[in-house]
Design a protein around this ligand. Sequence first.
Ligand code: KG4
Ligand code: ZN
Length: 331
Amino acid sequence: MYILAIESSCDETSVSIIKDGCEEVSTVILSQMNTHANYGGVVPEIASRMHVENITLVIDDALRKANMKMDDIDAIAVTYGPGLIGSLLVGLMAAKTLAFIYNKPLIPVHHIAGHIYANNLVKRLEFPLIALVVSGGHTELIYMKEDYSFEKLGGTLDDAVGEAYDKVARVIDVPYPGGPLVDKLAFEGENTYDLPLPLNDDSYNFSFSGLKSAVINLAHNEKQRGHEIIKENMACSFQDRVVEILVKKTMKALKDYGVKNLIVAGGVAANKGLRNGLTEACEEAHVNLIIPEMKYCTDNAAMIGAAGYYAYKRGDIADLDLNSKAVTELK
Ligand code: KG4
Ligand code: ZN
């Protein structure tokens, strides 16, 4: 089964053709990052306009790269949410139009299901599993008993972890997008700043706004004393705390649910500190850890095509009145 998948929930216009939920035939990603970098973050209005300009070109390109025509495609999968509403609408309208014109089933895919199923492009998922989803908009622990069954165990009560990275980056004068650069700096510094371990309780929930505020206050106090913050050390101190709490709660979930498979998903899955921390903890606990290749960590349509296949098998087929949702729970 060949699925043409469309992802446009944030600042990447991406189209992919995926065979049977696991084989990538072609993927095209058009990133708007350089444009938004001028503003220090994604500007929603600009993002949707750029999606409008590019979506048909990206669809054509993905088909051309696959050497396929629309007649060869069996279904259309699309991210319906969550994300920036204007951005989502562009991908959704394109998907609905293709589904209507070519009379193909339309498969609605939740963005987070996509991030999880990115791992299926690397290795077939094994169940039961726990998924740690960490991105610019999400920090969630999800239990999956079988394909396309999602039970949320916990999530962030305030900032998502990627968002905290981007805000801390701003405080220590690291340019957008901050996450990857803070990660890099962390390995050049030492843990010298005393930061709190956030929401260190027995729940599966997270909170990063207190940790972010602690970084802001420390930077402010140092400045008032006429001292410069040592960026590398602040990055390292911050990253150590983030990794510590993510690893701790993830390992607790695995233990509580008696699960031996862990997958990590979302943009922050690219974080080297987190990769190292989880690798070590999983080895010790004899847990099978799967982290996607870097190219599948950030937003792409390949993951939507992979998830779309299992959504279709579950019977998720949308009518043409399907709407985008800025906020929506994974079900
Ligand atoms: O999944 P993604 O591409 O978009 C969302 O769905 O949110 O994730 C983007 C987020 C950004 O906040 C970015 O700063 C963060 O992931 N990120 C990282 C790293 N690479 C990307 N955060 C920490 N360390 C990294 N290496
Ligand atoms: Zn994402």
